[in-house]
Structure formats: structure tokens, C-alpha cells
Design a protein around this ligand. Structure first.
Ligand code: COA
Length: 421
């Protein structure tokens, strides 16, 4: 395990994202241009893009989603950066954080003094069945997909094992969805920027408008238990336990730490980066934790010289509600078997002791897979600088963490961010 800190400090001086959602009229290029413009506007002392020396793009499968491979130079060209080197990085749903780690290594090693890190995915061109097939390519085709697994199915297996081991009930997972929709409702870039309460009220209003009998839900839990409103996808996971299918892009600008204040008074430093890999899920003895996440977290904490207790907020990979529960345990925020109570007890709420997924997470903000890892860093950048608007957590955010998972944990990355005033 690496024990050293980064050979040269790395800072984020700008961060941006497109709106996440379903945009039939836009392709990855359009979305990335939006994210890039948002990034440049965030560098308050200004930045001449001609200083950017290389570009790493997180993208899972533009080949299958858009029939367009070789996306990095196209996007570099779209934002006027050719002829700098541009490379696409693919690591399933962890493509974004893997691109970020390449950027960190380029700056830390002295290879570059300004790096653009991006993420982009355009998923909604395809019908759901084809999206499911495309995502399945991130799993083990020979031993898992051929046996009938899909991603909701994998995470359902994880949830089932977790329930059997720790006594969690499906209702506990609903608390994660409720919490993340509360946060997403305050995020103007979220795909589902609405609380589940409002969603339910909208359904009642729509039924009445059509002259149909009004549903009889009294509470959000009634709504979430109703098979017609919240259908089962893969037991015990229902629709509201799943992240959606999303189009979106995100971007970060990295420079050496000692130059960051030329561009902003509030750079955010990346002080820890960890990455690990693992066998596919079918080859693991225990489904209730992701060893690659634990290992990546240990590396990142060690590099940054901090512990789980020190982290003020975290964006974790909640592709399904159970994934957030397991993540918060793998990261050491809660003991094994305790994570599921955190949303119920309000610990992971925006005003709780350990706010998780203040952006709305993948569940509510959306999950354009290659863009998600970079968008997590965009959220902590905003929160740490006090620029997260209505969803800003109270008090200082000196330390934050992002956790990005590829497939069911065959890849995992953890990054740690510090604000030094
Ligand atoms: N959560 C809540 N509501 C959702 C939703 C989600 N994840 N996905 C879709 N909806 C809503 C839509 O807004 C729509 O609502 P409306 O009828 O009020 O307009 C309704 O459900 C139907 O939408 P549709 O797009 O037809 O849903 P779908 O059945 O085709 O897809 C899933 C739903 C859950 C199957 C799909 O979102 C999915 O596959 N998610 C997982 C993606 C994934 O695996 N990512 C990688 C993780 S590793």
C-alpha cells in the first residue's frame, strides 16, 4: 500500500457541470461544452485555457450509447483545446474518478501544470433494455451476465445478503432514497430535483386532473410501498432504490498547489487518492462489503493523514440505495451492519453529523455513468467553498471525500479534499 504523500501538491481551481437529465436534443459534446463553460466561470480570478496541457475524460461507453468512440479528442476540440493530448479513461461507473486520478498523477509528478478532467455520458438515446445490456458489459459476461444478472440484480443480491446478515428491512433503504431526494430537490442541476413527498403530491394532482380516483396514500411510506407507484425492479429493490438513466457531463481544472492562489482565493486541495480492484461479485465470499472500497479508502486516508472521523461530508456511489449503506461502512463512517440506521436516524442528512450525498447523490441528481465520479468532486468543491446554495451544509467543510465504484466494486476510487485557509 502506498505510504507517501503526493510528490507535488494538487489543487482544484475550477469545477463545473451540465444539468443532468434526459435531453433528446443534446449529445455528449453539447453537454461537455456546458460543463466546461460552467467550470471556466467558476475560476474567479480568470484562467487562460491555453495553459491547459492535457485532458482526461471519464466515459464508459459512448461507443454503444452514441455509436461514437474516441470521444476525448472530439470533446477537446469542442472546447478549443486541440492539439493538447486528450485521452478517454474507461473504468465502468468509476471512469470519472479514474480520470481524476490520472489528472492528479499528471500534476503531482510534474508532467503537467494544468490539467482538464472531464466526464461525459449520453445514455438516454437507447431504450431501457438496451441501456441495461450496455451497463451489463461492465460485469463478468462469462459468469454473471450469462446467468441472467443485471445491475439492479447484482445490487439486489448485495441487499439480500446484507438483510440476512444484519437484519435490515427494505424500509431502511427507503430512508436513503427519501434523504437523497430531499437534497436533490435543492440542486438545480439534478435530474429528479423533487422530494418524494412532492412527487407523490404530483401524482395525486395528476390523477384528479384526469378525473381518475385519487390514490389513498397518507404518507410517503405508503407511496413507496405501493407497487403501482414504486414497482419492484429486483427484490428488494424498487424503482426509488435505483439511480436513473441519465445524460450529463462534468469538469474539473487541476493545477499545482503552489500556483492555485493565482487563480482563486479558495482552491480545494486533493490530498489523498486511493484506488483498488477486485474480482467480479460472483467470486467473492462476502457480498456485504466491497473490499476494493475499503482498500482505496485506507490508501486515501493514509496519504492525506486523516481518518474517517475527520471527514465532514462525503459524496458516495449510491447507484442503488444499498450501495450507499455499504459505502458508508466501507469508508469507516459506521461499523459493519450499522450503516442502514444512519439515514433513519438523520445522521447522514444535510444537517446531520455526517452529511452524505448533499448533491442528491446518483439517486436524485442522476447517474450519467462516466460523468458521475467527476460530478461528485464538483459537489464537494462547491460545498467546501460555501457555494452550494440552498443545499449548503452549515459550518466549515475543511475535509471532504468522494467514493466512486465501478460495477459491483471491481474498481473503487476514493479521493480526499482539503480546504486550507
Ligand atoms: N427513480 C425514480 N423514478 C424513476 C427512476 C428512478 N431511478 N427511473 C425512472 N423513473 C420514473 C420516470 O420519471 C417515469 O415517471 P413518470 O411515469 O412519472 O414520468 C417512470 O419512472 C418511468 O420511467 P422509465 O424511464 O420508463 O423507467 P424504466 O422502467 O424504463 O427504468 C429503471 C427504470 C430503474 C429500470 C432504470 O432507471 C434503471 O435501469 N436504473 C438503473 C441504472 C443503472 O443500473 N445504472 C448503473 C448502476 S451500477
Amino acid at each position: 500500500m502506498p505510504t507517501t504523500s503526493l510528490p507535488r501538491g494538487v489543487a482544484i481551481i475550477g469545477a463545473g457541470m451540465s444539468k443532468f437529465g434526459a435531453f433528446p436534443e443534446k449529445n455528449s459534446r453539447d453537454l461537455f461544452v456546458e460543463a466546461y463553460k460552467d467550470l471556466l466561470a467558476s475560476v474567479e480570478k480568470g484562467f487562460d485555457p491555453r495553459q491547459i496541457e492535457s485532458f482526461y475524460l471519464g466515459n464508459f461507453s459512448s461507443d454503444l450509447f452514441e455509436h461514437q468512440a474516441h470521444m476525448a479528442p472530439l470533446l477537446a476540440d469542442a472546447v478549443g483545446l486541440t492539439p493538447i493530448p486528450a485521452a478517454r479513461v474507461e473504468n465502468a461507473c468509476a471512469s470519472g474518478a479514474t480520470a481524476l486520478r490520472q489528472g492528479v498523477m499528471a500534476i503531482a509528478s510534474g508532467m503537467a501544470d494544468a490539467v482538464l478532467v472531464g466526464g461525459a455520458e449520453k445514455m438516454t438515446n437507447l431504450p431501457t433494455a438496451d441501456v441495461t445490456d450496455t451497463l451489463a458489459a461492465a460485469a463478468d459476461m462469462a459468469f454473471e451476465i450469462s446467468a441472467g444478472f443485471t445491475f439492479p440484480g447484482f445490487y439486489a443480491a448485495i441487499a439480500t445478503a446484507y438483510m440476512a446478515k444484519y437484519g435490515m428491512k427494505p424500509e431502511h433503504l427507503m430512508n436513503v432514497a427519501l434523504k437523497n431526494h430531499e437534497n436533490g430537490a435543492l440542486n438545480p442541476n439534478a435530474q429528479f430535483g423533487v422530494t418524494i413527498q412532492k412527487w407523490m403530491e404530483g401524482r395525486v394532482a395528476a390523477a384528479l386532473k384526469k378525473g381518475k380516483p385519487a390514490p389513498t396514500w397518507q404518507t410517503v411510506m405508503d407511496f413507496l410501498h405501493d407497487d403501482s407507484a414504486n414497482p419492484m425492479v429486483a427484490w428488494p429493490l424498487r424503482l426509488f432504490d435505483c439511480s436513473p438513466i441519465t445524460d450529463g457531463a462534468s469538469a474539473l481544472l487541476l493545477v499545482p498547489a503552489d500556483r492555485a492562489k493565482d487563480y482563486t482565493d479558495t482552491p480545494i486541495y486533493i490530498t489523498g487518492s486511493g484506488q483498488a480492484s477486485d474480482s467480479a461479485l460472483h467470486d467473492r465470499a462476502d457480498l456485504t462489503a466491497l473490499p476494493a472500497a475499503q482498500r482505496a479508502a485506507a490508501q486515501a486516508y493514509q496519504m492525506a493523514g486523516v481518518t474517517a472521523r475527520d471527514i465532514r461530508i462525503a459524496e458516495v456511489h449510491d447507484c442503488f440505495t444499498i450501495a450507499e449503506v455499504v459505502a458508508t461502512e466501507d469508508l469507516g463512517f459506521f461499523a459493519p451492519g450499522e450503516g442502514y440506521r444512519a439515514a433513519e436516524d438523520g445522521v447522514t442528512a444535510r444537517d446531520g453529523a455526517k452529511p452524505i450525498n448533499t448533491s442528491g447523490g446518483l439517486k436524485s441528481k442522476g447517474h450519467p455513468v462516466g460523468a458521475s465520479g467527476v460530478a461528485q468532486a464538483v459537489e464537494v468543491f462547491k460545498q467546501m467553498r460555501g457555494q452550494a446554495g440552498a443545499r449548503q451544509v452549515s459550518g466549515d467543510v475543511p475535509l471532504a471525500l468522494t467514493h466512486n465504484v465501478g460495477a459491483t466494486g471491481s474498481t473503487c476510487l476514493v479521493h480526499i479534499y482539503e480546504r486550507k485557509d
